[in-house]
Write a protein that binds this ligand. Structure first.
Ligand SMILES: [Zn+2]
Length: 87
């Protein structure tokens, strides 16, 4: 089967109070540099589809409230969880 996407992510997003209120789905087609992104802003609840250029580290700015939603690397996120468990 043909591989259609080179990057797929579906993540829960935290707002500035560390509450898991939003989400972001990112799809990047194999031969494309466009990130097809659907997000729900964790800060204000605004939902939008946007297609910015794909680059790492990837982030999208909410077009309603300006909150920056970063797509964390899985590795970094795991590190942080470990730290949290230790504390
Ligand atoms: Zn927002």
């Amino acid at each position: 089967m043909e591989r259609k996407y080179r990057f797929i992510s579906n993540r829960i997003l935290k707002n500035s109070r560390e509450e898991e209120k939003g989400r972001m789905r990112v799809l990047v087609k194999t031969d494309s540099d466009i990130a097809e992104t659907d997000y729900e802003c964790p800060e204000c609840g605004f939902k939008e589809h946007t297609e910015p250029e794909w680059k790492r580290p990837f982030s999208v700015t909410c077009s309603k409230c300006g909150f920056v939603m970063r797509l964390p690397k899985l590795k970094d996120e795991m590190k942080r969880e470990k730290k949290k468990a230790k504390a």
